[in-house]
Design a protein around this ligand. Structure first.
Ligand SMILES: Cc1ncc(COP(=O)(O)O)c(C=O)c1O
Length: 398
């Protein structure tokens, strides 16, 4: 049961929650009434190892007893080692740590500004962004987010951002002009409803950006860290962006954000130009090391690909069987969505009551974001619960 003090003491910026969560293990969560749930939200693509993975818990507990925080006044061995590991997975360059997805995107946008304000590039400050994207709630990241749903009431936002439809290369090439310093894209739009950037589109944009001297920035905050079946979603397209934002899954539940910057731009920020007190703390970096260790040891990126392809096929069968409810299945790996004709809210509520937790996404979609450790049996259980609600929501034409 939700405490009446929830609404009394917490600012009402989130929808009032229906349940109160007290603990979790693996793919499961329990509420304060002792009810068990299958968690296919992963805290919105964060707890990629599931809840309380023993190796993660041990690493974080050990680090907490050793050193939690000391600030970037000092070199932090776990941070150096994590930067080296990320460079190994992404490409030659350097890493800057922060604490969240919005902050990581903010750092990408500040990188673009800084480059644009330097040398022969003065006055280049326009950023071209995909329509329907989501980059976070801070003023810079919000300015790069087109939907009025998030922007309303917070204007005036930063300028100049121009929006073009995802996968529409012509529209992007028209939007990129002499004032443009960067292009910012999610490899799979998460909040927008699981819309994939096609590889061919990313390849053409990448070529255009290098030809025009425009920075290509990738927001991998939701799609990154193995969820799509690649370490980062854009890697499927075999392109090399100039900088990448990561967060969510990187800490496995402990807040950490990071940007990777390629060799050309990685020395742009000099001492004092940008920073954060908490970014890359020993504890946050140890959590991220544990995530990477488990991803490697348990081969979770391959698992995401394999389980995701099984899950997607199963969802497609439901979509075909219930055309009055669903329009299509989108996504790849364990970042999937069933697009609905109507608001999926009532179906999500019924599923929650049956014990399956899912989260909606833009454009009337139901998102499926199980942990990368999810088993086939758990996917089958989720599907069985799903099947139980389908007939009651069915429209007579099916
Ligand atoms: C693609 C993307 N970028 C940025 C963000 C913002 O991340 P955070 O909520 O950690 O600030 C999100 C959050 O959902 C996201 O999905």
């Amino acid at each position: 049961m939700i405490s009446p003090e929830h609404a009394k003491f917490l600012v009402g910026n989130y929808a009032h929650p229906a349940i109160e969560i007290t603990h979790g293990e693996g793919s499961k969560l329990w509420d304060s009434d002792g009810k068990e749930y299958l968690d296919f939200t992963s805290g919105i693509a964060v707890t990629n190892l599931g809840h309380g993975h023993p190796q993660w818990t041990q690493a974080v507990t050990k680090q907490a007893s050793q050193l939690v925080h000391c600030s970037n006044l000092f070199s932090i061995p776990e941070q150096v080692r994590l930067a080296k590991r990320l460079v190994g997975k992404i490409g030659p360059g350097k890493v800057l740590f922060c604490n969240s997805g919005a902050e990581a995107n903010e750092a990408l946008l500040k990188l673009a500004r800084y480059v644009g304000n330097k040398g022969d590039k003065s006055n280049k400050n326009k950023v071209v962004v995909a329509e329907n994207g989501f980059h976070g709630r801070t003023l810079g990241a919000l300015s790069a987010t087109q939907s009025p749903k998030y922007r309303k009431g917070f204007e005036p936002l930063l300028e100049p951002f121009t929006f073009a439809p995802l996968n529409d290369f012509e529209a992007f090439s028209q939007a990129i002009d002499d004032d443009t310093i960067a292009v910012l894209i999610e490899s799979i739009q998460g909040e927008g409803g699981i819309y994939e950037a096609e590889s061919i589109f990313l390849q053409k944009i990448s070529a255009l950006c290098s030809q025009k001297g425009v920075l290509l920035l990738l927001d991998e905050v939701q799609a990154g860290i193995g969820r799509t079946g690649d370490f980062l979603g854009y890697q499927k397209a075999e392109i090399t962006p100039n900088a990448v934002a990561m967060a969510k899954g990187l800490g496995g539940g402990f807040p950490i954000g990071a940007i990777w910057i390629d060799q050309r731009y990685c020395d742009t920020f000099g001492p004092g130009s940008h920073g954060t007190t908490f970014g890359g703390s020993p504890l946050a970096c140890s959590a991220a090391h544990a995530v990477l260790d488990v991803l490697e040891k348990e081969d979770l990126i391959q698992a995401a690909k394999k389980q995701g392809s099984y899950f997607k096929n199963q969802l497609k069968q439901r979509q075909q069987a219930f055309p009055s409810l669903f329009t299509e299945v989108r996504g790849r790996g364990l970042m999937l969505a069933l697009a609905c004709h109507q608001d999926p809210g009532p179906m999500l509520k019924d599923l929650r009551e049956l014990g399956l937790l899912l989260v909606g996404a833009g454009g009337n979609a139901i998102r499926f974001l199980p942990p990368l450790t999810v088993s086939k049996e758990e996917i089958d259980l989720a599907l069985a619960l799903f099947d139980q609600v389908l007939s009651s929501h069915q429209v007579s034409s099916d």
